[in-house]
Design a protein around this ligand. Structure first.
Ligand code: 5AD
Ligand code: SF4
Length: 485
């Protein structure tokens, strides 16, 4: 029973992190056209939806949270696992019903990773869909909408080696006015064998640091208190004038001198304002340098929290996954983090039941978890994705039952660790940033510590965006209960 609750809780956390919401911005009055925008998947998709909203508001569109009155309905999609795609397919069925019964004129567009993966096939498979747009083609949306207005279906899934939407000022959607995402890289070159992302988001490229700093300054001016720097692999951020990723070593002397790496970028952002908290996601063990850790330790406003996906605790499986590090190297990174920042929280992603994974190899995963004792984890069953290297090379041969059993063991262990790690905070004091109302009680607010732990406190006179010092009095595996001091 407890296990089930925790599983639900983890699913819920993921859903909350990843599930989209319809969003409202003021109608500028000039245009009768209204768009409704829904996002699924990773934080990058949410950030992209804000870019889409920006591009289309410039064209005179306004957004609505009421799908029934929308002229344009966009769904930003995720392909990372079969289940994510299924969620989108189910939403399309709902749109279909709405279109038939309440809103016959609505145009439906599919954005993001599923659009990129399925391309024109989407139009065949889902009659309802009018527009298919990949993650690098959002600037073309106004033209694509015109095409549909002229009675044709429209597709643009061209991936770019340069596009970073650098100068587009995102329209902040559905947020709390306190925390915002700022994208710093796009795409991924890592080619983990299980992952569809390199195919749906293309080559890795870094965004101009000046535009990143300018966006953060604007956020501070608008009252925001926290930014999360986003990328599939933030630690490999390297600005040398634009274009697809290159190794530092392959740059000319001049380019090397003028280049900006992730540690340097973080320092630039940390200096924007001491009142602005900085987070980042996602890190890859093989790219995270000690320089990054030292910058984190140096600046009070860089949060002591690292999401460091591991995926497996076994070397043979890691090799098959093409992760680029061994179990020992991963543990070495964890050592460095703990040495340089003893109070840093660490979370992970883990995949259970990858092709050919044996029971002993699964036990290595549990063993690695026991060594690290992660504060939190996002844990998944392996889901075979079409056309990935793993799908092409190996059979998805761990049975569904076994995947489920192994995942449950991973989740159980993580629940214990999360609880232990949270219990260790009881009696200690933390500064939290208030982000919103507690979901369980209207009399309470929630905020997060620098270690990314959610703390619930009495409302008192605190407002969203306040920094509040709290004493932790109690906890569950997911939440800390605090008292303002
Ligand atoms: N099956 C299961 N989980 C996956 N992830 C990525 N691809 C797959 C897949 N095919 C997980 C990884 C990654 C996270 C974003 O999603 O753990 O870190
Ligand atoms: Fe996928 Fe690996 Fe890139 Fe993450 S690092 S997006 S898991 S290919």
């Amino acid at each position: 029973m407890i296990k089930m609750n925790f599983e639900n809780l983890i699913e819920k956390e993921i859903d909350e992190k990843r599930q989209g919401e319809a969003l409202k911005i003021t109608n500028n009055g000039d245009s009768p056209k209204k768009m409704y925008l829904e996002s699924y998947g990773c934080q990058m998709n949410f950030s992209d939806s804000e870019i889409v909203a920006s591009i289309l508001t410039k064209e005179g569109f306004s957004t609505t949270s009421n799908i029934e009155e929308a002229d344009l309905v966009f769904v930003n999609t995720c392909s990372i696992r079969e289940k994510a795609e299924q969620t989108v397919r189910n939403r399309l069925k709902v749109y279909n019903t709405i279109k038939k019964k309440q809103n016959p004129g609505m145009i439906v567009g599919v954005l993001g990773c599923m659009a990129e993966r399925l391309k024109e096939k989407f139009l065949e498979e889902e009659q309802l869909v009018d527009i298919v747009v990949g993650p690098d083609a959002y600037r073309d949306l106004p033209n694509l909408i015109k095409q549909v207005d002229d009675g044709r279906k429209a597709v643009n899934v061209i991936l770019s080696k340069e596009e970073t939407y650098a100068e587009i000022n995102p329209v902040r959607l559905g947020g709390n006015g306190v925390t915002a995402f700022v994208s710093i890289t796009r795409g991924c070159d890592n080619m983990c064998t299980f992952c569809v992302v390199p195919f749906t988001r293309g080559r890795e490229r870094s965004r101009n640091p000046e535009s990143i700093v300018a966006e953060c300054k604007q956020l501070v001016a608008d009252g925001y208190k926290e930014v999360t720097l986003l990328g599939q692999n933030v630690d490999s951020y390297l600005w040398f004038g634009g274009g697809p990723k290159k190794a530092f070593k392959s740059l000319s002397k001049k380019e090397q001198k003028e280049s900006v790496n992730f540690a340097q970028l973080m320092e630039m952002v940390a200096k924007v304002s001491p009142e602005l908290r900085i987070r980042f996601s996602t890190s890859n063990p093989q790219d995270m340098t000690n320089d990054v850790l030292h910058v984190m330790a140096k600046y009070e406003n860089i949060c002591n929290y690292i999401h460091l996906p591991v995926q497996s605790g076994n070397n043979r499986v890691l090799e098959m996954m093409n992760r680029g590090y061994t179990r020992e190297e991963y543990l070495d990174r964890i050592e460095s983090i703990k040495n340089i920042m003893p109070d840093c929280a660490i979370s992970m992603d883990m995949i259970s039941g990858f092709c050919t994974e044996t029971d002993d190899e699964h036990k290595d995963t549990l063993d690695l978890m026991k060594k690290v004792k992660f504060d939190f984890g996002y844990m998944f069953k392996y889901s075979e994705r079409p056309n990935t290297p793993a799908q092409k090379k190996w059979e998805d041969d761990v049975s569904e039952e076994l995947k489920q059993k192994r995942l449950a063991e991973v989740i159980d262990l993580q629940m214990q660790h999360s609880l232990n790690r949270n219990e260790a905070t009881i009696g200690k004091e933390y500064e939290i940033l208030i982000e919103g109302e507690s979901k369980k009680s209207k009399d309470k607010l929630f905020g997060r510590t620098k270690q990314n732990k959610v703390v619930v406190v009495d409302k008192a006179n605190h407002k969203f965006g306040d920094y509040v010092n709290v004493l932790i009095e109690d906890c569950t595996a997911a939440t800390l209960i605090g008292k303002a001091i």
